[in-house]
Design a protein. Structure first.
Length: 344
């Protein structure tokens, strides 16, 4: 079995901060022009379209746009366009398609339908000459560089960073703009955090809930996916509010919980739910900046609550890679999966 720091997953996740800094510099003029256009002609609402890890980035984008811009942001169901062939009314809408490869047929078809319906199509894509990029009205290249591991890491973090840079310039919020400047160094600090307690705690686990809320929900979704694909561990993501509407009934002494607490109005609620499960005897780990004690996974101080999910996932990727190896898996080559998934 390879050493934890010799896998592609580890190597590529470790490059994420440098990739984000590269992306911010390269995309600055594109983002400035797009933000000016969107302020001058605000869209009626925003629609996101994505699959897999990219859809978890879209979840982050929903909360980011709604909390910073007050614009309703909805997730498109790709099959509505690609299978049912319905033409939604998307005039004066910003349609945000997120894809690492830019090749998936259903995303391409929905972007075509959105454009025909009057939407401005924005593509966040790592392959700058991909079919999706050629179709879009505006392209924000992720500049993540090649990813050899099947499990996406730096391209996911670059997707979140691109959304953050756009929201900061579109809103003009000084604190958000400062957070963009501080993000690469904060990511480097997050990468150095020690979450190794999760490796011993989850090495023999069979199932797991990952909790987040608001801006942090997409991070929980991404962590649950990585547990499944790289560690062979059945994990499901829930809002720390939604988990109380039924799913919590199965939590007990043999059901681990990983909770991501935001440093905003949702943080105390998430921590309280985690503590409730701990009192039931469940193994619980809580990631929260500034917290201490048993079961606490450290995070560096975040430059802004909107940046916290990026730091959380950056720290998580290191332990996901180590846990995968500890459970006898190869994180770079999950069974039955391909790097590019093309759905219709």
């Amino acid at each position: 079995m390879p050493a934890p720091d010799s896998t592609w997953m580890h190597t590529e996740a470790a490059e994420a901060a440098t990739a984000v800094a590269r992306q911010f510099a390269a995309n600055a003029p594109i983002v400035a022009d797009l933000a000016q256009r969107l302020r001058a002609q605000p869209p009626r609402f925003i629609v996101t379209c994505a699959r897999g890890s990219s859809d978890h980035a879209a979840t982050y984008g929903k909360y980011l746009f709604e909390t910073t811009l007050g614009l309703v942001t909805a997730s498109a169901s790709p099959s509505v366009g690609s299978v049912y062939a319905v033409q939604p009314k998307l005039d004066d809408v910003l349609f945000v398609a997120i894809s690492q490869s830019g090749k998936s047929p259903d995303l391409l078809r929905n972007a075509e339908i959105a454009k025909a319906g009057g939407a401005h199509v924005l593509a966040l894509v790592n392959v700058a000459d991909s079919p999706l990029a050629k179709l879009a009205d505006t392209v924000l290249p992720l500049h993540a560089g090649p990813e050899n591991s099947v499990a996406a890491t730096k391209s996911y973090l670059c997707s979140l960073a691109a959304l953050l840079q756009l929201a900061a310039h579109w809103s003009g919020d000084a604190k958000l703009l400062a957070a963009v400047d501080a993000l690469p160094d904060a990511m480097r600090a997050a990468w150095q955090e020690d979450w190794s307690d999760l490796v011993s705690g989850l090495r023999l686990a069979k199932h797991l809930f990952v909790l987040g809320r608001g801006l942090g929900l997409g991070a929980a979704q991404e962590a649950a996916l990585k547990f499944k694909e790289t560690c062979g561990l059945h994990a499901e993501a829930f809002s720390s509010a939604e988990v109380k509407h039924g799913p919590m009934a199965i939590i007990g002494t043999d059901f681990p919980i990983l909770a991501f607490a935001q440093d905003d109005e949702t943080g105390d609620g998430t921590a309280a739910v985690a503590e409730e499960f701990r009192k039931r005897g469940a193994p619980v780990w809580l990631a929260r900046a500034g917290a201490s004690g048993a079961g606490i996974l450290p995070l560096p101080a975040s430059p802004h609550p909107a940046a916290t999910p990026i730091l959380t996932v950056q720290a998580f990727y290191a332990v996901a890679n180590a846990l995968s190896l500890a459970r006898g898996h190869d994180p770079d080559v999950p069974p039955h999966l391909n790097k590019v998934t093309e759905t219709v």
